[in-house]
Design a protein around this ligand. Structure first.
Ligand SMILES: [Zn+2]
Length: 414
């Protein structure tokens, strides 16, 4: 085993172990006593159910993680990477097509491996806790549409990247960066109109109190909102959510039908003011720019490593190729990605506080935001008391009690 193999192996094992440690700490935090702000909102049974939900999901995560780990290690040390390489090369195609086949084959196997887990999570765990509404038909159609999209959208981009690194010389990473950024922007722009409707039905929000309240809130903060949609989230799950999508003229706010059913108009306005807060505080723009920088950084490093012999030796590959280099570099980059991910989560959690603050300052109704957060947590069986280390590793949003605390400390009188 060479140094690179040792680094990658250590990183893969470290990742599994650190998440299990965080999980154990997280489970140890569970206590019977209901936190004070939730008294009267959660009944004892429901609260116990939320803890069971966490336990079941955690244990399931361990099983999935360990099986994945074993599968990757077996594939790696049994010479899976060169075996697939020999097979795709046997067709005698050029480097780009061979590369598409190589990466496509590995992704196909990986997706196949993850299917039983995904099916179990949806039809056994989510079902048991009363969330699942996905039918087998929806599930299979989602899978099929996902596959077609991956081929239609992913394959041309991947072909472009392979071709640049194959033929464009030392500036290839720059060209790749440019096309990836362009691609990301175009996909985000067309997603609300072309991609998301493939999976869900979007309807403009009906005229009425809710729409009037949302539009007047948007107007009060000069938010250029023309489109508010509802989405049939109930097609797959009872869980509820709201989100912001697209940009420029194409931006819109989407409310799950499940959200509208459970909340009052002031609560929904508070939730949407929060979403608009993300926009007003430039979190969306920030996210896009950081994504662009991260992509550039990765491609720059990739350009040094993609043909490095040691990287190929680590995976028992006798022949160097751009396409396998992409995969191996991805594995080598994982530890760095881990730290970048943690920084991104820190940023995201701080943005959530800002958006909450924005919402409360806008609606001048902290009670509505707090009630909305409480209802969302109860409805989605969220863990009320996650361990700080678990939050540090995994949470993109601060724990609900921290958010409530922060909102309580905001003064709405200017
Ligand atoms: Zn948010």
């Amino acid at each position: 085993m060479n140094t690179i193999a040792v680094i990658i192996l250590a990183a893969i094992i470290f990742d599994v172990v650190i998440h299990i440690v965080a999980d154990i700490l997280n489970l140890k935090m569970l206590q019977e006593k209901l936190p004070k702000p939730f008294q009267g909102v959660y009944d004892a049974d429901q609260y116990r159910k939320s803890q069971d939900y966490l336990r079941v999901n955690t244990r399931f995560g361990w099983i999935t993680g360990v099986i994945n780990l074993v599968a990757i290690l077996l594939f790696w040390f049994q010479g899976g990477f060169p075996a697939v390489d020999n097979w795709v090369r046997s067709f005698g195609n050029g480097p780009v097509l061979t590369g598409l086949m190589y990466i496509g084959t590995l992704m196909f196997f990986y997706a196949l491996l993850s299917q039983p887990f995904s099916i179990y999570a949806t039809f056994v765990i989510e079902e048991r806790f009363g969330f699942n509404k996905t039918t087998w038909k929806t599930y299979m159609l989602d899978l099929l549409k996902g596959l077609v999209l991956a081929i239609l959208l992913g394959a041309p981009l991947l072909a472009g990247i392979l071709a640049f690194f194959e033929y464009a010389g030392s500036h290839a990473w720059l060209y790749c960066w440019a096309i990836i950024v362009l691609y990301m922007l175009v996909v985000q722009y067309i997603a609300p109109t072309w991609i998301m409707p493939l999976f869900n039905k979007f309807k403009p929000l009906e005229e009425g109190d809710l729409k009037t309240a949302i539009l007047s809130c948007a107007k009060s903060i000069q938010f250029p909102l023309k489109r508010v949609y509802t989405m049939d989230g109930s097609k797959r799950s009872r869980k509820s959510n709201a989100f912001f999508t697209g940009f420029g003229k194409n931006k819109r706010i989407v409310l799950f039908d499940t959200l509208i059913q459970q909340h009052t108009v002031p609560e929904l306005v508070a939730v949407l003011a929060h979403e608009m807060g993300h926009y007003k505080k430039k979190h969306i723009l920030q996210g896009i720019l950081l994504g662009i920088l991260q992509t550039g950084f990765m491609l720059y490093l990739l350009s040094f490593m993609i043909s490095y012999q040691g990287l190929f030796d680590a995976f028992y590959m006798s022949r160097v190729s751009i396409y396998a280099g992409l995969i191996f570099f991805g594995m080598l980059f994982a530890p760095l990605d881990f730290f970048i991910g943690i920084l991104m989560q820190i940023r995201s959690r701080s943005n959530e506080y800002q958006a909450d603050r924005f919402s409360v300052k806008t609606t001048r109704n902290p009670g509505a935001m707090i009630d909305a957060l409480k209802k969302l947590s109860v409805h989605n069986l969220s863990n009320l008391l996650p361990h700080p280390f678990y939050v540090f590793l995994n949470y993109s949003h601060p724990p609900v009690l921290k958010r409530i605390q922060a909102i309580d400390s905001i003064s709405v009188i200017e």
